[in-house]
Design a protein around this ligand. Structure first.
Ligand code: KPL
Length: 305
C-alpha cells in the first residue's frame, strides 16, 4: 500500500521511519520545505534504545509525485493543519484513510474528502535534527472514528492498526476515541508546558515541585472534561505520571519548540482548556499561570490566549 506521512517533525519522522521497515508498502514523507526534503536524500536515521537504524523511504515536497495514498498520517503542529492539508490534496482520494495525530482538539472539526479517523499517541519522539529522530518511549497509539462509519471505513481502520503494529508501533482501534483524545489532552496539559518551563525531559517532572504543579494542572483539566460529559476511564493524574515514566528520556514537543524558537502548541493545549473552562465557569488558575509562563518563553510575535 502507498502510505504518506505529512510533516517531517519528531512524530512524523518516527512514524515514517518505523513504517519504512514494513514490507510490501511504499512509504512517503511529505515536507513542505523543498530544500530540506532534497537534503534528506530519502533517508531517516532512527535512534532507538541506543541503536541507530538508517531507514529508506521517499521524502519529497511534491504531493503530485506521490499521488493518492491508501493511508495518510497527518503529523504537523495543531496550528499548521490547514496550511499542511492544502498542498497535500493530491494524496487524498475517496479510498484514502486520513489519520491526524495532532495534540489538542482543534483538528476534530476537519472534513476532508475521504474517511478520517483520529489518532492519539503516547509515542515519545525527539527530532535531534532534520532526518534524525530519537524514539523516547513506546507509548500506545489509538485510532478511531468520531462518528459511526461504513463497513469499508472500518476495514481501512483495522488495516491501519495492523500495519502500525507490524511496524512496531503498538496500536489499538477505539470506539470511544473522543474520550482518549481528552485523556491525551490532559496528559499534554500536565507535561508539555511544565517541561518547557523547567527545560527538562518528561521524567524529571516526577520530582518536586514540578510533580505537584503537574497534578494540579491535570486536576483542573479533569473538572472541565467531566463537566463536558467526557468519560475518563483512567485517573488522569495517574496517567500523566505514567506517561512521564514511560517517556522519561523524551523531550516534549513543546520543549523542542521552545528550544528551536518555534511557536508552541500552548494555545491548542492549555489554551484550549482555558477556553472550555471559561465557557463552563470553572476557575483554572494553574493552567492560566502555565499559559502565561510559556508565552513569556516564546517569541513576542505569538498571540495572547
Ligand atoms: O505528546 C507528547 C508531547 O511531547 O507532545 C508526550 C506524550 C508528552 C511525549 O513527550
Amino acid at each position: 500500500m502507498k502510505i504518506a506521512v505529512i510533516g517531517p517533525g519528531a512524530l512524523g519522522s518516527l512514524f515514517a521511519a518505523y513504517l519504512s521497515r514494513t514490507s510490501g508498502n511504499e512509504i512517503f514523507l511529505l515536507d513542505h520545505d523543498r530544500n530540506r526534503a532534497a537534503g534528506l536524500g530519502n533517508k531517516l536515521l532512527l535512534i532507538d534504545d541506543g541503536q541507530e537504524f538508517t531507514c529508506s523511504l521517499t521524502i519529497t515536497a511534491e504531493a503530485e509525485k506521490i499521488g493518492p495514498a491508501g493511508l495518510v498520517f497527518l503529523c504537523v503542529k495543531a496550528s499548521d493543519v490547514a496550511a499542511a492539508l492544502k498542498p497535500a490534496r493530491p494524496l487524498i482520494s475517496p479510498r484514502t484513510l486520513l489519520i491526524p495525530l495532532e495534540n489538542g482538539i482543534s483538528h476534530l472539526d476537519l472534513s476532508p474528502a475521504c474517511d478520517m479517523a483520529i489518532g492519539v499517541t503516547a509515542q515519545g519522539a525527539t527530532l535531534l535534527e532534520p532526518g534524525r529522530v530519537r524514539h523516547g518511549g513506546n507509548g500506545l497509539t489509538r485510532i478511531g472514528f468520531l462518528r459511526p462509519s461504513s463497513a469499508e471505513a472500518e476495514n481501512k481502520l483495522l488495516n491501519a492498526a495492523g500495519l502500525l503494529n507490524s511496524a512496531g508501533l503498538t496500536t489499538k482501534t477505539s470506539t470511544d476515541i473522543v474520550n482518549h483524545i481528552w485523556a491525551k489532552l490532559l496528559v499534554n496539559v500536565g507535561i508539555n508546558a511544565l517541561t518547557a518551563i523547567y527545560d527538562c525531559p518528561n521524567g524529571e517532572l516526577l520530582q518536586k515541585p514540578a510533580r505537584s504543579q503537574m497534578l494540579a494542572a491535570v486536576k483542573e483539566g479533569e473538572l472541565v472534561a467531566r463537566a463536558r460529559g467526557i468519560n475518563l476511564d483512567n485517573d488522569p493524574q495517574a496517567l500523566a505520571l505514567q506517561v512521564c515514566r514511560d517517556t522519561a528520556a523524551n523531550i516534549s514537543s513543546m520543549l523542542q519548540d521552545v528550544r528551536r524558537g518555534r511557536p508552541t502548541e500552548i494555545a491548542a493545549i492549555n489554551g484550549a482548556l482555558l477556553t472550555e473552562g471559561r465557557r463552563l465557569n470553572i476557575p483554572m488558575p494553574v493552567n492560566e499561570e502555565l499559559v502565561r509562563k510559556v508565552l513569556a518563553l516564546s517569541s513576542p510575535s505569538i498571540q495572547e490566549i
